[in-house]
Design a protein around this ligand. Structure first.
Ligand SMILES: C[S@@+](CC[C@H](N)C(=O)[O-])C[C@H]1O[C@@H](n2cnc3c(N)ncnc32)[C@H](O)[C@@H]1O
Length: 321
């Protein structure tokens, strides 16, 4: 439904303030907590919260509450979408304030990345015994193999491979397997594991899931096993993998269903408390993936979900995975 004149004026008024325009620009690149936005903007928390409330009430930003945190991002649906997009197009290119915000956004991201990296670096040796979160890992692996249905992808990418268990599991099915991770220590363990199993067609390398060092369309299968809940911008991470996925290829995300175990943030550095089906479906839709029916594996407290989607193949092209 298009805005009435009054509604349009209200929305314009909400945006017509320098800090709020900056917030709109920041929240169009990822999902941020209030404390991160406070650091990026360099203003007090009450001020930032007030700006956020005004933008959310005007339907330009949305607030996604999740346990003790809330994430803010630019709206994806509703009457504010078009205005938010137009305003961002009009931001003066190279504006020093907007550029400085961008640098601080990168710094906040980098710091988060380093924290996760350090945390996993210290846990690499014990990781295999710590992996399960109350849902039997073997059951998840069986369900994953079943979902893949015996297809034999030529090239597999396992994102956030950690100690390489998913590479090891899928190695017999694939022509070539590559695992990437930001933690050197995890990768050291993965190398020993692959070596021991004699899988010479599989290897691991250090890389960041937001900037994969591979050309477009390189892989037939990309897996994320218990990795996406660490992402501060899950859609950007998924988007980067869709880029390296070949037409007809498949993306597999194994992660927790939405839960309220807040302590996983403190104790295990999770950023997101799992994901909703609707949330994953909307990311898949935005990225042009055709979603398949998710598989749910309920444990005693947490549920693991296998979400899969296919990158459409041009008509007549053989489906790869
Ligand atoms: C919970 S572990 C899962 C490891 C493995 N997939 C498994 O199931 O055992 C999450 C992994 O994601 C990696 N990770 C976190 N952020 C990352 C990023 N930005 N890029 C690449 N890997 C990342 C961590 O270093 C860690 O090894």
């Amino acid at each position: 439904v298009p805005d009435s004149l009054d509604q349009l004026v209200d929305r314009l008024k909400a945006a017509a303030e320098p800090s709020r325009l900056r917030l709109l620009a920041i929240c169009s690149r990822g999902e941020w907590t209030v404390s991160e936005l406070v650091r990026i903007l360099g203003q007090s928390q009450p001020r930032v919260s007030r700006h956020l409330r005004i933008l959310a009430e005007a339907g330009l930003l949305e607030r996604l509450p999740e346990g003790s945190l809330a994430f803010y991002r630019r709206v994806r649906e509703g009457p504010g979408v078009l205005l938010a997009r137009r305003l961002l197009e009009l931001l003066p290119p190279g504006d020093p304030m907007v550029e400085a915000d961008r640098r601080r956004m990168e710094a906040v991201r980098e710091e988060r990345r380093r924290r996760v990296e350090r945390w996993f670096d210290t846990r690499a040796l014990a990781w295999d015994s710590e992996r399960d979160l109350g849902v039997d890992g073997r059951r998840v692996e069986r369900a994953l193999l079943e979902r893949l249905g015996g297809v034999r992808p030529r090239r597999l990418l396992d994102v956030g491979t950690g100690t390489g268990r998913i590479l090891e599991l899928l190695a017999p099915l694939v022509g070539e397997g590559i695992g990437i991770d930001i933690s050197h220590r995890m990768l050291e363990v993965a190398r020993v594991r692959l070596d021991r199993a004699g899988f010479r067609h599989c290897r691991v390398q250090q890389a960041d899931m937001y900037a994969l060092p591979f050309p477009d369309g390189h892989f037939d299968l990309v897996t994320f096993h218990q990795v996406l809940h660490f992402a501060d911008d899950p859609e950007a991470a998924l988007g980067e993998t869709v880029r390296v996925l070949a037409p007809g290829g498949r993306l597999v995300v194994v992660d927790l269903a939405r839960h309220d175990r807040e302590e996983l943030r403190r104790e295990r550095r999770h950023r997101r408390l799992g994901f909703e089906d609707a949330e994953m479906r909307s990311w898949f839709a935005t990225l042009g993936l055709e979603p398949e029916e998710p598989v749910r594996l309920a444990g005693e407290e947490l549920t693991v979900v296998i979400w899969t989607g296919r990158k459409p193949a041009p008509r007549g092209l053989r489906v790869a995975a």
